[in-house]
Design a protein around this ligand. Sequence first.
Ligand code: FAD
Length: 106
Amino acid sequence: VVDTETLGRATWTFLHTLAASYPAAPSAAEAARMARFLRDFAALYPCAPCASSFRRILDRLPPDVRGGGALPAWMCAAHNAVNAELHKPLFDCATVGRRWGVCEAC
Ligand code: FAD
């Protein structure tokens, strides 16, 4: 049985790694797929209060899927919006590239 914190940590690992792996110059199809994935993710995330608060965050902070490093920066800002709601310290997004990268053995 998993709890909200364990699920959250695992999911942030996935989301930040996903953002780090996103192409610098995405095609229109890749950009549309990522935008759709994030919308669907926010509908399906298996913690109802988390999902509904993340949907509100997506509404006021639309995902930046244009490439050029914007998605890791956006993901960091979105995670910070969750951190703020949970009264957790904010992460320095200038260091996000050092904390999260593409999966080495994947
Ligand atoms: P986490 O917040 O899980 O972060 C994991 C690691 O990521 C940290 O140790 C740090 O190294 C790094 N990190 C922290 N902030 C950032 C950032 N801004 N950018 C990049 N890296 C960062 N829990 C609730 O109780 N209520 C909710 O409404 C809720 N909503 C959530 C919504 C989503 C989409 C997700 C994925 C999780 C949500 N959670 C929620 C879980 C919560 O965000 C945490 O994952 C959980 O509380 C464990 O927190 P943690 O302090 O271990 O670190």
